[in-house]
Design a protein around this ligand. Structure first.
Ligand SMILES: [Mn+2]
Length: 395
C-alpha cells in the first residue's frame, strides 16, 4: 500500500479542463497458477483510489476487462460491485467503463441505464460508441470490445472485411460527432498494431482479426486502451495501454504496473506506478542455491516464485521440497534439461512393477509431481480397455 504522505496532493485551477485516471484490465477473479489474486487486486484498487484522490482527478476511465470471466464468481461480483460503489457513490467520481473481451457484455450491461444518474457511464454495446459522454471540456467516445459482425450489422455493410476496415469507418463516424470546441478521447479495448503482448492476454487475432493501425486513431486527443497488460506494449505520445494493475503471469514478473493520469488542456499524460502487494520472482538457480537461507529468506513467503532449475540431476519430490522454502511456488522448469533416465530404468526393481506403478514412477520422474487421482483413474481405465482388446475411440 502507498502511504498517503508519499504522494503529493496536486492543487488544480478548477477550470473547464479535465484530469482523468486511466486504468484497465482489472480481471477481477483472475487466478495465478491456481492462486486467488483477490487480495492483490483489492490492494491495487486501494492504491488507485489513493492516487485518484492525491491527483484530484475529475473522472476515472476503466478500459475493459473488469472481470476475468464472462460468468464471474459470486466473490468476484461482490468485490467489483464494492469497488465501483466506493469510487462512484462514496468518492463521487464520474466513472467511464466499457466491456472487454473477458466480460459478458450482456451481464455487465445490467443496471447501466440507471447508473448514469450518478455519472457512472458503463458501455457494452457497439452502438453506444457513437453517442459521446461529455464531461467538462472533453467528449468521451466509448467503444466496447465487439465482434466484426456487430459492426457490419450496425453499418449495414457486409463488405467490411476486417478490424482495420471497420475501425476506419468507426473513427470516421465518431469524427462526425466531434464538437470542435471540445477535446476528444477514445476509450477502447483491442489490439493496436505495433504492440507486443504478454502471456496473460487472450489475443484477439485468434478469431482471425487483424490489429488496429494506430494511424486510424490520430484524430483523437487521447486514446485510453485496454486489452494488453503491459503499458510498454505500445509506445505512442497519446495512445496508451494502462496495462493490468496486478501482475497476471510469469512473463509479467518484470513489468511495472500503474495508471495514467491524463490532463486534457494542456495535454499531459503522467505514469504513476503501483506497488505489488505480493510480487512475482523468477529464480534461475540450482537446488543447492534455492535452499540456501541467503536466497529464500530474501523472498517474502507470500510472494510468487517461478523456478528455472539449473540442475540436471533427478531430485526426488522436488516440488514439495521447494514448497517448504517457497510456499507460493507457481512453476518449475529445467533450463539445462535432465540426466538420462536409462540408469534408473535398468535397475532390477522396475521390471516387477505393475503398469500403473510404472506409469506413476515415469510420471513423477518427468514432472516432479505425483499424478492426481483423476490422472491415475484415466490411466487405469486405459490399461483395462487395452487388456480387453477394445479399439480406441476418438471424438
Ligand atoms: Mn485483459
Amino acid at each position: 500500500m502507498i502511504k498517503l504522505n508519499e504522494l503529493t496532493f496536486e492543487k488544480r485551477t478548477g477550470g473547464n479542463e479535465m484530469r482523468f485516471l486511466h486504468t484497465a484490465d482489472w480481471h477481477i477473479g483472475k487466478k495465478l497458477h491456481g492462486f486467488d489474486l483477490l487480495a492483490e487486486q483489492k490492494d491495487a484498487f486501494c492504491q488507485i483510489k489513493q492516487i485518484a484522490a492525491a491527483q484530484n482527478v475529475d473522472a476515472i476511465v476503466i478500459a475493459g476487462d473488469l472481470y476475468d470471466r464472462a460468468v464471474a464468481s459470486e466473490d468476484s461480483v461482490a468485490v467489483l460491485n464494492k469497488m465501483l460503489k466506493e469510487l462512484n457513490l462514496e468518492e463521487k467520481y464520474p466513472l467511464l467503463a466499457i466491456s472487454g473481451n473477458h466480460d459478458s457484455a450482456i451481464r455487465l450491461e445490467t443496471g447501466s441505464e440507471w447508473y448514469t444518474a450518478t455519472e457512472f457511464y458503463l458501455k457494452t454495446k457497439f452502438s453506444d460508441a457513437f453517442e459521446p459522454v461529455t464531461l467538462n471540456d472533453t467528449q468521451f467516445f466509448m467503444l466496447p470490445y465487439f465482434q466484426p459482425q456487430m459492426a457490419r450489422n450496425y453499418f449495414q455493410d457486409e463488405s467490411l472485411k476486417n478490424l482495420p476496415e471497420i475501425m476506419e469507418k468507426v473513427a470516421a463516424a465518431m469524427v462526425q460527432e466531434f464538437d470542435p470546441t471540445k477535446k476528444h478521447v477514445l476509450i477502447a479495448h483491442f489490439f493496436a498494431a505495433g504492440s507486443s503482448h504478454t502471456d496473460s492476454e487472450t489475443m484477439l487475432e485468434v478469431g482471425g482479426l487483424n490489429p488496429v493501425p494506430v494511424d486510424l486513431l490520430e484524430e483523437f486527443d487521447y486514446v485510453a486502451l485496454g486489452h494488453l497488460h503491459d503499458k510498454n506494449a505500445l509506445k505512442h505520445p497519446f495512445i496508451h495501454y494502462a496495462g493490468s494493475p496486478v501482475k497476471f503471469s510469469i512473463s509479467e514478473a518484470e513489468t511495472q504496473k500503474g495508471v495514467w493520469i491524463v490532463d486534457t488542456d494542456p495535454y499531459q499524460a503522467k505514469w504513476i506506478p503501483l506497488k505489488p502487494l505480493n510480487d512475482i520472482h523468477v529464480l534461475e538457480n540450482s537446488f543447492a542455491e534455492l535452499t540456501d537461507p541467503k536466497l529464500y529468506r530474501a523472498i517474502p513467503a507470500d510472494d510468487y516464485v517461478a523456478v528455472r532449475l539449473t540442475d540436471r540431476a533427478v531430485i526426488d519430490d522436488i516440488m514439495n521440497k521447494l514448497r517448504h522454502y517457497y510456499p507460493r511456488i507457481i512453476s518449475l522448469s529445467r533450463v539445462n534439461g535432465r540426466e538420462s533416465l536409462i540408469a534408473d530404468e535398468n535397475n532390477g526393481g522396475q521390471v516387477n512393477l505393475d503398469p500403473l506403478e510404472l506409469f506413476e514412477s515415469f510420471f513423477e520422474k518427468m514432472t516432479d509431481e505425483k499424478p492426481t487421482q483423476l490422472q491415475e483413474q484415466i490411466v487405469q481405465e486405459s490399461f483395462e480397455e487395452l487388456q480387453k482388446g477394445d479399439t480406441y475411440e476418438t471424438n
